[in-house]
Ligand binder design. Structure first.
Ligand SMILES: Nc1ncnc2c1ncn2[C@@H]1O[C@H](COP(=O)(O)OP(=O)(O)O)[C@@H](O)[C@H]1O
Ligand SMILES: [Mg+2]
Length: 232
């Protein structure tokens, strides 16, 4: 069942076109990876889905409802939450307070600070620590937890591994199937081609605002994806 979809999506920053006719689809229970080099349009695509970048042409549908042009808060309230590039925590707030910020959509569900601490036990002992005093990996866990506190059906995950220590990246990757089992479908932006193929069911490669390769992750050849990444 298709949960979230774009069809021929164009997006602009003023008169600069960042996305050209992008069509992607996320099924319920699926993990979709978006890969591509810096500046390809990955963040723009997620921001278009999340209501932060206007949908200039084409459409975005969620649960068969057109959501293109919806405000970001409304998109979260419908069940699409984001883990943004750079985490964007409130540095003066504690771990617990940052997590509680994610509850603002008032969606009902099982996620709470306790269930986030079950997922990331290391955060339990850091609950009073300020966002500014966390490592990058800990911040990433808080950002994921904050998104989960909105009880999303879909998680939009920008730059899963960027700047994080390999062990932390492993820990975070291992939580993705756990989240899937809890009913969360995911779109994950990841620049490491091997990791993107490993963690996902389906992959879209994006280059200069256009999708230049897509397919089932276990059917695509690594070299083809790497070539698409570099545009050769
Ligand atoms: N706020 C912005 N204003 C103008 N141009 C932007 C803005 N954000 C991104 N861009 C441009 O849009 C293109 C796509 O950027 P982005 O989606 O951030 O790429 P990626 O996430 O793949 O690195 C790039 O050329 C980038 O310079
Ligand atoms: Mg980006």
């Amino acid at each position: 069942m298709t949960l979230l979809q774009t069809h021929n999506l164009d997006a602009y920053y003023l008169d600069f076109q960042a996305l050209y006719g992008v069509s992607i689809s996320l099924d319920a229970g699926q993990i979709v990876a978006i890969i591509g080099p810096n500046g390809a349009g990955k963040t723009t695509l997620l921001r278009s889905l999340a209501g932060w970048v206007p949908v200039e042409r084409g459409c975005v549908t969620f649960d068969d409802e057109s959501i293109g042009g919806f405000a970001a808060e409304k998109v979260v309230a419908l069940g699409i939450a984001s883990v943004p590039e750079g985490r964007r925590l409130f540095h003066s707030l504690s771990v617990e307070e940052n997590l509680l910020m994610g509850q603002e959509s008032n969606r009902s569900g099982d996620w709470s600070t306790d269930t986030v601490f079950d997922l990331f036990p290391v955060l339990q002992g850091l609950r009073k620590r300020r966002g500014s005093d966390l490592s990058g990996g800990e911040q990433q866990m808080v950002a994921i937890g904050r998104a989960l506190m909105a009880n999303p059906k879909v998680l939009l995950f920008d730059e899963l591994s960027l700047g994080l220590a390999p062990t932390i990246v492993g820990d975070i990757c291992r939580t993705l199937p756990v989240l899937r089992d809890k009913g969360v479908s995911m779109i994950v932006v990841e620049q490491d081609v091997r990791r993107a193929l490993d963690l996902s069911d389906y992959v879209y490669c994006i280059l200069e605002g256009k999708i230049n390769l897509e397919g089932e992750s276990n059917e695509l050849a690594f070299d083809d994806v790497a070539n698409a990444f570099f545009g050769v």
